[in-house]
Design a protein around this ligand. Structure first.
Ligand SMILES: [Zn+2]
Length: 122
């Protein structure tokens, strides 16, 4: 994983209250993520007994994606790491507070447009 993304993860984590320690980012193969559709460019796996940390996995299809796209995905998945607390208000995976959180990112629109285009090509 590019060093830069880990640094960005630390930045985001620093801004979020009670963000868990030891979150890991890695590249995942596409079989792990299902179809390379709009919602599955990245996933966030919760801790298990064997692996007590959250793992953010980004599709290898994005190895050469622009930095702003990868950063936005990291932010999105960080939102999911914090989701258990935010979800109490209801609204499912991408509920109101979650959307507000990710839309605050300056590249939200640009990154989503890029991913939409990439999904059409895939
Ligand atoms: Zn999501």
């Amino acid at each position: 994983m590019r060093h830069d993304l880990n640094q960005y993860l630390d930045e985001v984590a620093g801004r979020l209250e009670r963000f868990p320690k030891g979150v890991v980012i890695c590249w995942a193969d596409d079989t792990q993520l299902g179809d390379a559709n709009f919602e599955h460019w990245a996933t966030c796996a919760s801790p298990t007994r064997k692996r007590p940390v959250y793992v953010i996995a980004i599709s290898r299809a994005l190895l050469r994606a622009p930095k702003y796209v990868l950063r936005w995905l990291v932010l999105h998945e960080c939102g999911h790491v914090r989701l258990p607390a935010w979800q109490k208000g209801g609204g499912g995976c991408h509920h109101y507070y979650f959307r507000q959180f990710e839309r605050a990112h300056p590249d939200y629109i640009r990154a989503n447009k890029w991913l939409e285009k990439a999904a059409q090509v895939a």
